[in-house]
Design a protein around this ligand. Structure first.
Ligand SMILES: Cc1cc2nc3c(=O)[nH]c(=O)nc-3n(C[C@H](O)[C@H](O)[C@H](O)COP(=O)(O)OP(=O)(O)OC[C@H]3O[C@@H](n4cnc5c(N)ncnc54)[C@H](O)[C@@H]3O)c2cc1C
Length: 394
């Protein structure tokens, strides 16, 4: 049985058909072009649009808003299939999806009508701006400010390290409305690239993930009408935190896709190439090294799918998602490196795409909370558990 089949079988038929469509799109559109996107340092806007046409940015968006209304697990498996060929592109698609889904779930009627159909169709590109030039881990310390004005808010500040920002049209921008109030004063606003006061920064040059269009933007005297406030103060921080478990689960799914590709390449080469009178896989040392990779991959999938299953059942997934993300952050890089090692120098060639995956495996340790922040989350949950545990002998 294919390792993902058990999980897929528990999903509704429409989700399985989405996963098949995603795999097909990944093989026919992403795989043949990923290297070129990276070499040209290009955000493939037309490919995002083509993915949208297949419904790949509509997964969790309710049917009432033109989406597919499928469970989170379907999106998780979709990004695993795309991530096996290009982490950056999968990341871009997730952010496109999430911009549409946030507006569909929480936007005003005006915002929904103006943005959701165009984001689902890929006519507009969306992104979410939390991180700033001054830092990302301490999100409540946001220095982007929103001050009240008649009929809306005026935003000042800058965002950096934002997926899709290189070409996005719609920017979900988190900002502080009450200096010093940390999480309580954070709100979120829909900003558009064509409005006065918006300035796009050049894309960031980061090896391995150029297709993600990661960049930044600045806002100066940028007016946002009340109807385009997505989350009011008091709700924005909570909304960001409640969606973070999903973000922390789909990054490991993309890592599983990358490791799976690397392992398949290493096994294919190991079965064919000979050294010292036998195929490479005939050598125990090499075989054991790939056995470690296969075990890591299995464990990563179990952690990741468990987090997805908790999320879809509405149960607390904080620890499960943080553990999956932490495990991926620590294990993906050595697993891909071991596969390259097993392939000999051949594994370094661009045509295998493993150098790109290796770079992405380092990058993912920062996205949606660093590995240290995962440790913080898990550690705090352990502290809580200890506080509520019955007294045990010291
Ligand atoms: C490719 C990419 C795409 C991204 N996409 C987006 C996006 O679309 N939207 C968005 O808003 N952000 C995005 N981010 C930003 C990401 O969320 C931040 O990089 C992340 O939150 C860390 O922030 P930082 O890089 O500013 O590091 P800092 O917060 O400056 O931290 C620096 C180091 O200190 C460590 N550290 C911080 N606090 C603690 C602590 N309490 N205990 C121990 N160690 C600590 C961190 O783990 C890190 O190693 C993206 C980042 C990357 C790399």
């Amino acid at each position: 049985m294919h390792p993902t089949q058990e999980f897929d079988d528990a999903l509704p038929p429409a989700a399985r058909s989405l996963i098949a469509r995603a795999a097909d799109f990944a093989g026919s559109v992403v795989a043949p072009q990923a290297r070129q996107w990276e070499d040209q340092r290009r955000f493939p806007r037309e490919a995002v649009q083509a993915a949208c046409a297949q419904g790949l940015a509509s997964v969790e968006v309710p049917a009432a808003h033109g989406g597919l209304g499928l469970p989170f697990g379907a999106k998780l498996r979709m990004v695993e299939e795309i991530g096996r060929h290009d982490f950056g592109f999968a990341f871009s698609l997730v952010n496109q999806h999430n911009a549409a889904s946030r507006i569909a779930d929480h936007g005003s009627a005006q915002a929904v009508a103006r943005f959701v159909p165009a984001l689902l169709a890929g006519e507009l590109i969306g992104c979410t701006g939390m991180t700033e030039p001054g830092g990302g881990s301490d999100f409540a310390a946001s220095a982007t400010m929103a001050r009240r004005a008649p009929g809306g808010w005026v935003l000042e500040g800058a965002k950096r390290w934002i997926v899709n920002a290189a070409q996005a049209d719609v920017f979900l921008t988190f900002a502080q409305t009450e200096p010093g109030s940390r999480d309580r004063g954070i709100a979120c606003f829909i900003v558009t690239a064509d409005q006065p006061g918006f300035r796009r920064e050049p894309p960031l040059a980061v090896a391995g993930i150029h297709a993600s269009g990661t960049g930044g933007y600045r806002l100066q005297d940028c007016f946002v009408p009340d109807a385009l406030m997505l989350y009011p103060p008091g709700q924005a921080f909570k909304a960001a935190m409640s969606s973070i478990n999903k973000a922390r689960a789909h990054i490991p799914a993309m890592c599983a896709g990358m490791i799976d590709t690397a392992l398949a390449r290493a096994l294919a080469r190991g079965a064919r190439r000979e050294a010292f009178g036998q195929p490479l896989l005939g050598h125990q040392g090499l075989r054991w090294s790939l056995a470690d990779v296969a075990t890591t991959l299995e464990a990563l999938r179990l952690l990741t799918y468990r987090a997805a299953s908790l999320i879809d059942r509405g149960l607390d997934a904080q620890q499960a998602a943080a553990m999956a993300k932490k495990f991926a952050g620590e294990q993906t890089l050595p697993a891909i490196a071991a596969c390259i090692q097993a392939m000999g120098a051949e594994g370094l060639l661009d045509e295998h795409g493993l150098g790109r995956h290796l770079a992405a495996a380092k990058v993912m340790g920062f996205t949606d909370g660093t590995t240290e922040i995962m440790n913080e989350r898990i550690g705090r949950l352990l502290q809580e558990r200890a506080r509520h545990a019955p007294d045990a002998p010291a």
